[in-house]
Design a protein around this ligand. Sequence first.
Ligand code: DGJ
Length: 381
Amino acid sequence: MTNTMKSLLALCLFCGAGAVSTAETPVRHTSFKPGEIWTDNNGVHINAHGGGILYDKGTYYWYGEHKVEGDAGNRAQVGVHCYSSRDLYNWKDEGIALKVVEGDNSHPIAKGCILERPKVVYNKKTKKYVMWFHLELRGKGYGSAYAGVATATKPTGPFTFLKAGRVNPGKWPLNMDKKDQTMKTFKGVPGLTSSALPEGVRSEDMFKKDFEKGQMSRDMTIFVDDDGKAYHIYSSEENSTTHIAELTPDYTEHTGKFVRVFPGRFMEAPAIFKHKGKYYFIASGCTGWAPNAARSAVAPRIAGPWTELKNPCVGPKAGSTFGGQSTYILPVQGKPGKFIFMADIWRPQNAIDGRYMWLPIQFDGDQIKLEWKDEWKLEDM
Ligand code: DGJ
């Protein structure tokens, strides 16, 4: 081996190809490559997991969980990361839009809390950007099941934390039978040991368990309808049932009007979109960080009735959503009727190495169809 070859080899080894946190030479992207490292304008793997996208004045903003290395990376050490793009392939790092609080462990978003699935919407009345997220208080595992909210005057932040808590305490769902709307007959429910309702337990009783203190809110998304009304859609009742709850006109509170949907179906990772006047829903089952088969549903109105459809994925690995889990459905600007299914391929042992899986949504009548693609472009839609 010549000296020049030896130096080249040493240089290659030194580069450490594949490191996620190290800046590589920035690359101009011209396609989506699901599951691969996706670098930003600095050549660093995008760090916005469980994310969602806001389109604002010609620019897309991608918000997601900033993860760090190792399994501790699943707890919030930094905050919500924001990126911007005009073409959806190339993303500029805009920094941390909502920072966790350091030095005060009693703060709801203290460093080390669990802060997941942030979603940002713009409120035309207040001219504020409103971020909602799933929050678990520091040191309490997944027991808090809070929804948190923060606002900003610019899409890139900084977002100011407003509050967090359980949802709609003391309120009955619009679609619960009147005869069920009483706590008089409620005798408690046993703890869950699996993702199934215990023998003999009615899903209405899972709801009543948290009637007074407020409903649990874990995996979530926010949807703004054409009439400007916003909805918080979240896994509730120990993830057994999904709630769709209306937000106030400024998008920072719940109005108390909500429906329970897919009772006892144990879904996580809800994502929703509207197409030709109908509402479509994609979610996952409940298996922690491990992938499972996606669910889908359609409704004529956001409050339902919702009809469950088939697993939207087709082809090899359809039974595990191609290794991913839904997080958001993005309407592509300038392409009416075109939507991108956004999903995470989690790497819980090294959270920062989680990958993104964006796939085009296809329809077969009412049925949503997702097919794996190694590489694709917007013009393929
Ligand atoms: C699945 C959820 O969808 C994720 O957001 C996260 O909460 C994991 N469970 C934790 O196991």
